[in-house]
Unconditional design. Structure first.
Length: 259
């Protein structure tokens, strides 16, 4: 399994890079200047999909990140840093979905590079808080990981909902005079944003909560969690950031199954 993971991880990172480049060069970037749904796909790839794949497959086995992981076992584990990452990601993602921002992207194509850099940067920072990227760890508890995945997903969904149910032209620079109607284009774009954000973030929410509940039923996990990686030479214990979320009582799963 470890060998398979070792072979798969670089491919995930490469896939994320290929997808990011794919929406920034023709025909992807060209279609994004004519259709709302293509622009929505470009945004979703840069803000969600590419950062997720890059972090899941990042080769942290060398360089400064490896030295940082050896010392702390996590990245940005303080509660203040974690909260700043969550707020920063949500703010940047929503800012690039505002009509004024999308209209500017259509009129001034060079801004697409700025969009790509900012979205991928904050996206990678967020995904480092959501998933393990060996040897780096999120540094926050699993319930907080679920929350950190749910909040930006809801933010993207809310933006898509407003756009999809609007009967007015949401992005004037992408208004259509023939063929696919503007309203239909916006509805397709909203559906795509819902789907891509859901497929990316919902698994994180589900796995984080299920793993947390499962581990709560195993009393042997508590001593291991308290060690927090201190048994590994040269690595300090990892103290999750944020408030401690009380675990369900021991044996809750066995009691539930007996019913």
């Amino acid at each position: 399994m470890q060998a398979l993971s070792g072979r798969l991880r670089p491919r995930l990172a490469a896939a994320g890079a290929v997808l990011a480049v794919g929406v920034l060069v023709p025909p992807g970037v060209t279609e994004a200047r004519h259709y709302v749904f293509a622009q929505a796909v470009q945004f979703a790839v840069l803000a969600v999909v590419a950062p997720a794949l890059i972090i899941l497959g990042a080769p942290w086995s060398f360089g400064p990140a490896a030295r940082l992981a050896a010392r702390t076992g996590s990245w940005g584990s303080s509660a203040r840093v974690s909260t700043a990452i969550l707020v920063g990601y949500s703010a940047v993602a929503l800012a690039w979905r505002l009509p004024v921002a999308v209209n500017a992207l259509v009129k001034y194509p060079a801004l697409t590079v700025v969009e790509a850099v900012t979205l991928i940067a904050v996206g990678c920072a967020l995904w480092l808080k959501l998933v393990d990227s060996p040897p780096l760890r999120p540094g926050i508890s699993r319930p907080l990981r679920a929350l950190f995945a749910a909040v930006p997903m809801w933010a993207i969904w809310a933006s898509a909902y407003v756009m999809g149910f609007s009967r007015a032209t949401w992005f004037t620079a992408l208004a259509h005079r023939g063929g696919l109607s503007t309203v239909a284009d916006q509805q397709i774009a909203a559906a795509l944003e819902f789907a891509i954000a859901g497929l990316s973030f919902v698994p994180v929410v589900y796995v984080s909560l299920i793993t947390w509940l499962r581990d709560s039923a195993d009393p042997g996990d508590e001593p291991r969690a308290a060690a927090g990686g201190a048994d590994q030479p040269g690595r300090a214990p990892v103290v999750p950031a944020g408030p401690v979320v009380p675990r369900p009582p021991r044996g809750w799963r066995q009691a539930f199954e007996r019913r």
